[in-house]
Every structure is written in C-alpha cells, then in structure tokens.
Design a binder for this molecule. Structure first.
Ligand SMILES: Cc1cc2nc3c(=O)[nH]c(=O)nc-3n(C[C@H](O)[C@H](O)[C@H](O)COP(=O)(O)OP(=O)(O)OC[C@H]3O[C@@H](n4cnc5c(N)ncnc54)[C@H](O)[C@@H]3O)c2cc1C
Length: 427
C-alpha cells in the first residue's frame, strides 16, 4: 500500500474550509501534508442562474455512498443534482454576522478580519403585532454579542494565515471526490488528474439533500444609510413575508446591511426597483426606528432553502459547514455553526494526524457524535423561526408575538436561547 499524497484534503476553501485547515495544521507534523483545494464546482454540473439572481454557495459534489465498513471496490459516484454555480470567495457579496464564539475562534487563528462592525444589542420584533425583545451584551458576560464582516474580508484574513502556515493550497477546477477504498480517498479534477488522501473533507458549500426544505423565500441583500443610526444595534424583524434583518455594516457607522427574505417574485421586484423606491418599500416594512433609509448599492438575490446530510461521515469522507447543512439565514447561524463543525473535526482528528497510517474510523465517529446536538438544534431553530411568523394564521402569529414579549420579560427563557445563538452548544 503506497503512502497517500496528503493526510487530509479539504475540498472547498470557503471560510469553514480555511479555518479547518488552520486548526488541523496545528496538529500536523508537517502543515504541507494538509491540502486545501480551491476552485469551482465541476463544469457542466451547474444549472445556469436565473437573471438577476446571485448564485448561492453551492456544491455539486455528492457524498460517496460508502459506509465505514465499505468493501475495497470503489463505489460509483451517484448522479449529481444540478445546482447554481458558487461565487468566487473574493467576489461574494454576503455580509456576515459572527457571534462571540466565532470571534474567539478566529482571533485564536490570527484571522479576525480587518474592518468589522460590533453588535452590542439585538432588537427582535414582529411586524404588525405586539411584542419585541432586546438582547444586550450586558445580559451576558461578553464584550459584544457579535460582529459583522464582509465575506470577502473574512476570507482574505483566513487565506493570509493559510499561506503563512505552510498549508498546501491548490486550485483544482472541477475537483471532485472520485472514489474511496479502505486505505484512502481519490480526488480527481476536470483535467483528469488525481491525487490520494487519507481523509477527504467536503467543505464545498452545499451538501446532499437528505433533508431539504424549500422556504418559498429568496433573500434580497442591500446596503442602506440610516438617518438616525443606533451604534451597535442589529435588528431582526419577523414579517409575514419572511424575516428582515438590518445589521451594522463595517463600511461606516451609519450604514446597515439588509437581508430581506420574501417570496421569490417579490424579491425580484424589490431588486428591480430604483434606489428611492426600494428605500420607501424598506421603510414601510421595517418602520422608522432608524429614521429615513437610503439604499446605496446594487442589490443581490439569494434563493433560500434548508439542506442537510443525515450522515456526516461516509468511510473516509466527512462534511463540514454548508456542505453538512445549509440553513436559512435567519439569526445568522450558518457560518457560526460551520466554524464549530471545523473546530470539533480538528479536535477529533488531532491524534489520528499523529499516526495517519491508521484508519480514522474512531476519530470520525467521535466527530459525528459530538456534532449531533448542536447541528440539529441550530438547524431546528433556524428552520422554525422563518415559518412560525409567516403562516398568515392569526393565532400562531399572536403566539409568536407573545413569545417575543415573553422572552423580553423572562430572563430565564431568553438567556438559554440567546446563549445558544451566541455560542452554540459546547460539546
Ligand atoms: C443571504 C445570506 C446571509 C447569511 N448571513 C449569515 C450570517 O449573518 N451569519 C452566519 O453565520 N451565516 C450567514 N450565512 C451563512 C453563511 O454564508 C454560510 O454558512 C457560510 O458561508 C458557509 O461557509 P462554507 O465555507 O461552509 O461554505 P461556502 O462559503 O459556500 O464556501 C465553499 C467554497 O467552496 C468552493 N467550492 C465549491 N465546489 C468546489 C470544488 N469542487 N472544488 C473546490 N472548491 C469548491 C466554493 O466556490 C466556495 O468558495 C448567510 C447565508 C446567506 C445565503
């Protein structure tokens, strides 16, 4: 049996793949033994994106359906669903809210991005109903609830550290997991070149649709300037159309990133409005708590869905981040959850990396066990929230409003929910 080219190959250099590479490099005798693959999904697998739609993070790499006790014969790769093509990280227009736990993790990696906007208070409300709750950093023992960064800035900070750490980075367009056997995994790219690794991590941005829910919502992303900005405040407003978030924008203290979730046709119409008309529509939905809102930049539309793998591990392949579960962006949990996946996987693989000739079965099983509670609780919360307030059923919506009011009044109820959204379950 020949030694694989790399102990671990990480397929997809988004924020979760980069953070994982950095954490694994700490445990590797030689960081160059970790391969981080950057590139695009295989050509021909991607569906053309609809006009005006910004492609969401996407993967076309299906799991290799080989159980841990797989026979030596390489399993066939199943037919892949057509998915929209992912944007290059440098061009990704998302603005991301990171919680305190993610901040601590990224700082420990030296990858806290330049230019962030702090969140000290989160205002949660429901359009047309009674009830709102305030979550403040003073309620918890943290200097801030979180911070907002541009996806591209976070990615650049992580890549700087990846390069300094001596991790091997390769651009392999069209890379895919081609096969696996008892000794390792084969990766192949669009040119037909292949390489072998002991463990392959899928961090390509979207996973198998073992569990899938279409929300009938798209997110309109916009940037607005507020006449009456509130320093360090973020807003999550539940409307019948879907949640509407305004996050403090790292560009300037009076600027907010808007994530407006609504029906696909409405999203297209909002994206097509001129800036003045969009500002008026936003003011109507959000209210005047920040004064007049002026739309600044082009808008982008992302389709929203839940997609999750039941099994994170197949033989020597394992999924993290959006490849493991892609969530609705309500409450800004996807990246935070993905970073916790990465931290736990690095921890689980640490001792195996010391002797990578052996089978990683126990290390990967430990990862699966450790991630179960956090990923299903976070997926469940973010799945429930956008739907509970958008039923059109008055009793349910009243219940949602009362729940918000209850959360505002009842510190014992509010604390666990906020703490989970701030830090996630600690394994
Ligand atoms: C509108 C919106 C708002 C959001 N807001 C927040 C928020 O406020 N807070 C939060 O925590 N989360 C948020 N999220 C979720 C967050 O963006 C994702 O959870 C996060 O980006 C996942 O990171 P990742 O590295 O797993 O995947 P991605 O960011 O998708 O990165 C995957 C990378 O892999 C690359 N790739 C794909 N296929 C291949 C291949 N074959 N070979 C090599 N590379 C490949 C892709 O090009 C991409 O660069 C939001 C999502 C959306 C849609």
């Amino acid at each position: 049996m020949s030694k694989p080219d790399f102990s671990i190959a990480i397929l997809g250099a988004g924020p979760v793949g980069c953070a994982l590479a950095l954490m694994l490099a700490r445990h590797a005798a030689d960081p160059a033994d970790i391969l981080l693959v950057r590139g695009a999904p295989p050509a021909g697998r991607a569906a053309p994106s609809a006009p005006g739609i910004t492609p969401p993070p996407a993967s076309v790499i299906a799991p290799i359906p080989a159980p841990a006790t797989a026979p030596l014969a390489a399993p066939a790769v199943p037919a892949l669903p057509a998915r929209p093509r992912a944007a290059a990280p440098e061009a990704d227009v998302r603005v991301l809210a990171m919680n305190h736990g993610s901040r601590v993790l990224l700082e420990s990696l030296g990858a806290w991005p330049r230019g962030t906007a702090s969140i000290h208070t989160i205002h949660v409300s429901q359009r047309g109903r009674l009830g709102r709750t305030l979550i403040r950093d003073t309620d918890f023992d943290v200097p801030q609830l979180g911070a907002v960064t541009a996806y591209a800035a976070l990615h650049a900070a992580l890549m700087r550290q990846v390069e300094q750490a001596g991790i091997t980075v390769r651009a392999l367009p069209g890379a895919r997991l081609a096969a696996q056997d008892a000794d390792g995994v084969t990766l192949a790219d669009a040119d037909g070149d292949s390489l072998r690794c002991g463990v392959a991590v899928q961090s390509d941005g979207a996973g198998a649709d073992d569990i899938r829910r279409e929300y009938g919502q798209h997110a309109v992303l916009a940037t607005v300037r507020a006449a009456l900005p509130r320093d360090g405040w973020a807003f999550e407003r539940f409307t019948r159309e879907g949640p509407l978030a305004l996050l403090p924008h790292p560009a300037a203290p009076d600027t907010y990133a808007v994530v407006w979730c609504c029906a696909p046709e409405r999203a297209q119409a909002l994206a097509a409005l001129d800036q003045a008309a969009f500002s008026t529509a936003l003011l109507e939905a959000f209210g005047d708590r920040l004064g007049m809102l002026a739309c600044l930049a082009p808008r982008h539309v992302f389709p929203l869905f839940l997609s999750a793998r039941r099994a994170l591990v197949h033989g020597r392949t394992v999924a993290v981040g959006n490849a493991a579960q892609t969530l609705h962006p309500v409450a800004g949990q996807g990246l935070n959850l993905g970073l916790r996946d990465a931290a736990r996987l690095a921890q689980s693989l640490a001792s195996w990396l010391g002797r990578p000739a052996g089978a990683p079965t126990e290390a990967l099983a430990a990862y699966t066990r450790a991630r179960r509670g956090d990923r299903w609780l976070t997926a469940g919360l973010t799945d429930l929230m956008p739907r509970a307030f958008a039923t059109g059923l008055a009793p349910l919506e009243h219940a949602g409003g009362l729940a918000l009011l209850g959360l505002d009044l009842l510190q014992p109820l509010r604390a666990p929910l906020a703490r989970h959204l701030l830090q996630g379950l600690r394994a």
